[in-house]
Design a binder for this molecule. Structure first.
Ligand code: MTE
Length: 325
C-alpha cells in the first residue's frame, strides 16, 4: 500500500453536500413541488436523477434508509459523502485512490454469497434474499486506514453475528475467511500477477460475534456504491481498513487462521489482527496520528480506533505487538 502525496482528487469542503442537506433532500424536493423552480434547484434535481439511476440499477435501493442504531457514537463530524465515495482503496481496480470509474464495471447483480466450511449446512444465497433475512440498521463508524488517513461514515448493513447465527458453525470452527470476487475480465488489477488474488481476509469467531463487527450493504442512507464495496463488505472499525474486505462472495468457517492478501505479500507489515494502535508504528511510517478525509485535519489516533470499550477484552496483552500490525 502506498501513501499518496498529491491530493488533487480532493473535493473542497465547500463543494461537498453537507449530510443534513443530503438527509433532508427528499423532503425539500417534495415541498418544492408546484412552486416556481429556481435555478438553484437544478443541482438537487440532478442528484435526484442520480438517485433514480441507482435505484434502477440496484434492486435493494428501496430498503434504505434504515433505522440508525444510536449505540455507536462519533467523536467527529461525518466525512462528506463526496470524499468518502471518491477516495478509495480497491486494488482489484487499480493501485491509485481514483478507482470510481473502473469499479463501475463490476456486475453486482446477480450476486451469490456462499457460506461454507465448518457449518451445519453450507448454503449459497442471493444477496437480495440475504438482505431480506438480516436485521438492517445504520451505524456511524470511524474507519482508519493503515496508510494513516481516516473517515467517519454512516454504514448501513447488519451485524456479522447475525450471519454467524444463520450459518450455524460447528464447534470446530475458530475463524471466518472472507473471499472477494475474482473477475479479471472486469477488474484489471486482478491481471497483475504480483498480487495473490482473490482478496482474502479473516477474523476469529470471537471477533466476528463481537457487537462491532458489521456487514455493510449501504452508505449515506443508500445502497453502497461499487467503489465502496457493493454489494457486501465488512466494517471492522477497531482494525486497520485493509481487514474490511469489499465485494465479498464467500465466507468460510474454518479451524485454520486465514492468511489475508496483504499478509501473504508482506507479513512483516500487515498482520492477521491489525488492531489500530498509535503506539506501534508501521515499519515505514508512524501510526500516531491520522488525516481526516474531507477537512484534511490531523488528529491523534486512538488505540482500537477508540473502540476499546467493545473489543479490548478480546486481546489479552495490549503490549503484544502481534495484535497491532
Ligand atoms: N477490499 C478489497 N476487495 N480490495 C481492496 O483493495 N482495500 C482495503 C479495504 N477493503 C481493499 C478492500 C483497504 S486498504 C481499505 S483502507 C478499505 O477497503 C477502503 O475502503 P473505502 O474505499 O470504502 O474507504
Amino acid at each position: 500500500m502506498w501513501i499518496k502525496k498529491v491530493r488533487g482528487w480532493e473535493l473542497k469542503e465547500s463543494a461537498a453536500t453537507p449530510e443534513d442537506v443530503f438527509r433532508n433532500r427528499r423532503r425539500f424536493l417534495a415541498g418544492a413541488a408546484g412552486a416556481i423552480i429556481a435555478p438553484t434547484l437544478l443541482a438537487c434535481e440532478k442528484e435526484a436523477d442520480a438517485d433514480a439511476e441507482v435505484a434502477a440499477a440496484d434492486p435493494s435501493a428501496g430498503l434504505y434508509p434504515v433505522p440508525r442504531n444510536d449505540r455507536y457514537k462519533l467523536d467527529r463530524e461525518l466525512t462528506p459523502e463526496a470524499d468518502a465515495t471518491s477516495y478509495n482503496n480497491y486494488y482489484e481496480f487499480g493501485t491509485s485512490k481514483n478507482i470510481v470509474k473502473a469499479a463501475q464495471a463490476l456486475p453486482i447483480r446477480p450476486w451469490a454469497v456462499t457460506i461454507d466450511g465448518m457449518v451445519e449446512k453450507p448454503l449459497t444465497l442471493d444477496i437480495d434474499d440475504l438482505l431480506k433475512q438480516m436485521p438492517l440498521e445504520e451505524r456511524l463508524y470511524r474507519h482508519r486506514c493503515v496508510e494513516a488517513w481516516s473517515m467517519a461514515v454512516p454504514w448501513s448493513g447488519f451485524p456479522l453475528a447475525s450471519l454467524v447465527a444463520l450459518a450455524k458453525p460447528t464447534s470446530d470452527a475458530k475463524f471466518l475467511r472472507f473471499e472477494s470476487f475474482m473477475m479479471p475480465e472486469v477488474a484489471e488489477g486482478q491481471s497483475e500477477p504480483w498480487y495473490p488474488w482473490p482478496y482474502i481476509e479473516g477474523v476469529t469467531l470471537a471477533e466476528a460475534t463481537n457487537d462491532l463487527a458489521f456487514m455493510v450493504t449501504g452508505i449515506y442512507g443508500k445502497p453502497a456504491p461499487k467503489q465502496n464495496g457493493a454489494p457486501l463488505r465488512l466494517a471492522l472499525p477497531w482494525k486497520y481498513g485493509f481487514k474490511s474486505a469489499k465485494g465479498i462472495q464467500r465466507i468460510t468457517f474454518t479451524d485454520k487462521q486465514p492468511v489475508g492478501l496483504w499478509e501473504a505479500i508482506q507479513g512483516a507489515e500487515y498482520g492477521f489482527y491489525a488492531n489500530v494502535n498509535p503506539a506501534f508504528a508501521h515499519p515505514r511510517w508512524s501510526q500516531a496520528s491520522e488525516r481526516l478525509l474531507g477537512s484534511g485535519e490531523r488528529v491523534d489516533t486512538q488505540i482500537y480506533n477508540g473502540y476499546g470499550e467493545f473489543v479490548a477484552g478480546l486481546y489479552p496483552d495490549q503490549n503484544d505487538r502481534r495484535y497491532f500490525y
